[in-house]
Write a protein that binds this ligand. Structure first.
Ligand SMILES: *Cc1c(COP(=O)(O)O)cnc(C)c1O
Length: 393
């Protein structure tokens, strides 16, 4: 998504047609709440995927100002974007092809997650080129069986790491792992992963390559497993105000993204007329509808057609008929309820103005709130409220 600058007294007439408003005060409040859950452990704010589509640089700044000590991303370019913006706290990046260009990241002091001996060798080569020591973290696969050092490669990795550290090509700063089932309270797999993690860290110590910090907790574990805090926790979704465990409630976090648009057109539709492609909705009576200029090209998923409500003119209104590429229709009822062209309509937000939440969409779509917020895009522009710079950033 692109970001536009907006001044506080800008008129409503120039508001974007499709807008994701990010509340940086909500991000800051959520980070402070996470710090309470973290106890003595540091908080790494996970800002991968452009901060779950909330905008990496503004979110990173707000998170650091609220006490997050480190930042986590998946790609080297995400890490370098933070550095280019002048953000100088520790940044860990953990998902790279073996032939990635590690040199600029090493030169920028980005900490690199290592998931195989091949990755380590590539980082060692790059560090020699740059003529400096690369800071690395061992990403240990303790049972997720996705990214991370596989058990069969562990002995080779330990040996190569020992050599590289002795040579001064790398410094092992951290050891970390990722949980498979932290959102399932009390699941024994989480305990098994913890045990394997603790064992692997002990191996690193015996190898003469003791890590300075160890961390394993995502949002779900940060909120429910104090025994997994170790030196640092790595929450993502909770910082954006969304729950990692919907069955357990919202944990008091405030959603940071509000998706809003404006009424393009208000018109009458006579009883018995079909509305939108396929005429999947027929007006049961003479009625008035509002047209909103967002559709599936902007992340309003088509299989939400006729299933969502929009907050418009002070109350929830049903979206009717097929969701199209660029637009959706909302039924206002026989008298139009005073809704006018140009009025603001909310698809989802923090609920304070009566609108649904991203979690409601996730439930309808049989997916998770992560996918709802990261799926917004197309012509949607991002604007910011709150934070130290006000709306200007
Ligand atoms: C995405 C991610 C996180 C954050 O997960 P949440 O569930 O959003 O808290 C933490 N660690 C790793 C390795 C990740 O990929």
């Amino acid at each position: 998504m692109t970001t536009v600058q907006r001044t506080e007294n800008q008129s409503r007439r120039s508001l974007p047609q499709a807008e994701a408003v990010i509340d940086l005060d909500a991000v800051a409040d959520n980070v402070r709440r996470l710090r309470e859950y973290a106890g003595d452990a540091a908080v790494m704010a996970v800002v991968k995927a452009d901060a779950y589509n909330h905008g990496a640089v503004p979110v990173a700044r707000a998170a650091v100002a609220a006490g997050a000590r480190e930042l986590g991303v998946t790609t080297l370019s995400e890490a370098l974007t933070l550095r280019a913006a002048g953000i100088d706290v520790p940044v860990l990046s953990w998902l790279h092809t073996v032939d990635a260009d590690f040199a600029p990241a090493i030169a920028a002091g980005v900490e690199l997650g290592v998931s195989s001996p091949r990755h380590l060798a590539a980082i060692v080569d790059a560090a020699r080129q740059v003529g400096t020591t690369a800071t690395v973290s061992a990403k240990i696969d303790t049972g997720l069986n996705r990214n991370g050092l596989a058990p069969d490669e562990w002995p080779v990795f330990l040996r190569e790491l020992g050599r590289a550290q002795a040579e001064g090509a790398v410094r092992l700063r951290g050891a970390f792992s990722h949980l498979a089932r932290a959102d399932e309270l009390g699941h024994p797999e989480t305990d098994a992963q913890r045990d394997r993690f603790v064992e692997a860290v002990a191996d690193l110590r015996r190898n003469g390559t003791a890590p300075e910090i160890v961390h394993i907790a995502n949002s779900a574990a940060t909120l429910t497993r104090p025994d997994l805090r170790f030196d640092m926790v790595r929450p993502g979704i909770a910082m954006y105000g969304l729950t990692p465990i919907p069955e357990e409630g919202d944990f008091g976090f405030r959603p940071a993204m509000t998706l809003r648009t404006r009424v393009i057109l208000v018109k009458k539709v006579t009883a018995g007329s079909g509305v939108s492609y396929g005429h999947r909705w027929t007006a049961p009576r003479d009625t008035v509808v509002a047209l909103l200029p967002m559709g599936y090209a902007d992340g309003i998923r088509r299989n939400l057609s006729g299933r969502i409500e929009v907050q418009l003119g002070g109350r929830r209104r049903p979206q009717v008929g097929r969701i199209c590429m660029d637009q959706v229709v909302v039924d206002l009822g026989p008298d139009g309820d005073g809704v006018k062209e140009g009025d603001e309509a909310l698809f989802f937000g923090d609920g304070r103005r009566g609108e649904p939440g991203a979690q409601d969409w996730a439930d309808l779509l049989d997916t998770i709130n992560y996918e709802v917020v990261t799926g917004i895009g197309g012509r949607t522009v991002r604007t910011y409220v709150g934070g130290e710079g006000g709306e200007l950033r």
